[in-house]
Design a protein around this ligand. Structure first.
Ligand code: SF4
Length: 150
């Protein structure tokens, strides 16, 4: 193990579920159904083990990671381990109250996916919702002086 390079990043694909059906998506949404997803306790263990291996940042992704109701708990554990915490999201389910909870739990950064502003590229008219989410993240950032928040 001495010459094995340490990992710096954990990309945690929390779920394959997603409210969208983007044409370009390579996410196998039916591969792992909700009832077979990795449990909260197992993800908490994975975070502990990742930090012990040398990981310094975690990217919570999917599918749509906001569909995991335990996301705040996972963010909080990552923060407690001093990991830099990024959320990779379409922004569709990102309501203001949820964003506040995630920031309070320790979220550092939000990566909003905006692959296309044109509705024809997705199966739902998602762009207005994504734009609202972008505004929420932007407003949250501007009201948090000195914060590491998004
Ligand atoms: S938002 Fe992402 S995961 Fe969901 S369908 Fe689109 S590309 Fe796939």
């Amino acid at each position: 193990m001495k010459n094995v390079p340490r990992p710096y990043t954990l990309v945690a694909e929390l779920t394959h579920r997603c409210p969208l059906s983007c044409l370009h998506c390579s996410n196998p949404r039916a591969l792992v159904p909700k009832w077979r997803e990795i449990s909260t306790d197992d993800w908490l263990r994975v975070l502990d083990e990742a930090e012990a291996l040398g990981v310094v940042q975690v990217h919570f992704s999917g599918g749509e990671p906001l569909l995991r109701l335990d996301l705040e708990a996972l963010v909080a554990r990552a923060r407690a381990l001093s990991l830099y915490v990024n959320l990779v999201t379409s922004g569709i389910p990102l309501e203001r109250a949820r964003l506040e909870k995630l920031v309070r739990a320790g979220l550092d950064h939000v990566q909003l996916s905006l692959q296309s502003a044109h509705h024809a590229r997705t199966s739902t008219p998602s762009f207005p919702k994504r734009r609202r989410s972008t505004r929420r993240v932007s407003e949250r950032r501007s009201t948090a002086p000195g914060s590491r928040a998004p």
